[in-house]
Structures are given as structure tokens and as C-alpha cells.
Design a protein around this ligand. Structure first.
Ligand SMILES: [Zn+2]
Ligand SMILES: [Zn+2]
Length: 60
């Protein structure tokens, strides 16, 4: 059994927001839409938060 994948953006008071396993192996945060793919280190999430971070990195 895999460890729970947690969304880095949705931190609650007690724990990170647990992400839901999807059929294709990805994990999706039901709160912000962030996705993670533990099996693929090169996977890039395209949720608004990650795009925002990528954009900020490019602008600086
Ligand atoms: Zn989230
Ligand atoms: Zn994301």
C-alpha cells in the first residue's frame, strides 16, 4: 500500500490535504486541482498554482 500523497498547496491545520488516486496513476487534489505523478519524476503539473509558480520563475 502506498503512502498518502498530499497536496503541497492545501495545508490544513493538522495535515496536508490528501490527494485522490486517479485511474491513470496520477493523484489529484480535490480542492485546488493540483496533480502529482509519483511514478514519473519528469511529470509537470499544470494546475493554476503550479503555472503561477512557473510564471513567477520566468518573470524574475
Ligand atoms: Zn490542493
Ligand atoms: Zn499543481
Amino acid at each position: 500500500m502506498r503512502a498518502t500523497v498530499r497536496c503541497p498547496y492545501c495545508v490544513s491545520d493538522l495535515a496536508f490535504f490528501a490527494m485522490v488516486a486517479h485511474v491513470d496513476g496520477r493523484y489529484i487534489c480535490g480542492k485546488c486541482g493540483h496533480t502529482a505523478y509519483p511514478d514519473d519524476a519528469a511529470y509537470l503539473c499544470r494546475c493554476p498554482k503550479c503555472l503561477e509558480l512557473a510564471g513567477a520563475r520566468m518573470a524574475s
